[in-house]
Design a protein. Sequence first.
Length: 233
Amino acid sequence: MVLAGAAFAADVTVLCTQALRTSLLELAPRFEAATGHRVNLVVAPSGQLVKKVQAGETADLLIANAENIDALIAAGKVTGPRSQIARAQVGLSIKAGQKRPDISTPDGVRRALLDARAVAYSAGGLSGNAFENVLTKLGIAEEVKAKAKNASPAARLVVSGEADLAVQQISELIAVEGAELLGPLPGELDQVTQFSMGVLSDGKQKEVARAMLDYLRTPDAQAVIKAKGLTPG
């Protein structure tokens, strides 16, 4: 793909899931500088982005979880096939400098969550749904939800002292200054989400959207994605 020397400058609207927020905040300006195109970045949970597409909101490129992309391809809203971009893990973080609980085992996670005065997570998002599944597996859903606080990014509440633990996708946790990543959930509880891209069927800038999709799969772009706490591909 030739990035430089675009014959025209276009405005391209990208609907981006929260897990790729920090990656796109860095990569969109690079794409703009290389092509002369302008990126309008709209960030929201995948479920909200799907509702925007289903409601007919004008956009060109969608970055969301793979299952939602597949459903929109089947509905004719996205041009297939989808293109994979990254995988995200759910992790836990604390305020930097605080005592680090052991979360290397399911029992350790269970103790840490029960011992916390309050737990922050993004209810209704992909990571929030995954976390609620974990709570059910651990048998502590009622106890933790009673002291849970809804926030995105969740880690800002551990920095402010409003919560002892934050649970979200790692890319969102490490983006918050003053928060310290404990690590991903242990293997038995691991929640990995595959994120993909698709060009919207009704988009006005399909060519530019495809160029940006290709750019986000280049080695340079994938190096940024990895640095933001995601696994490229």
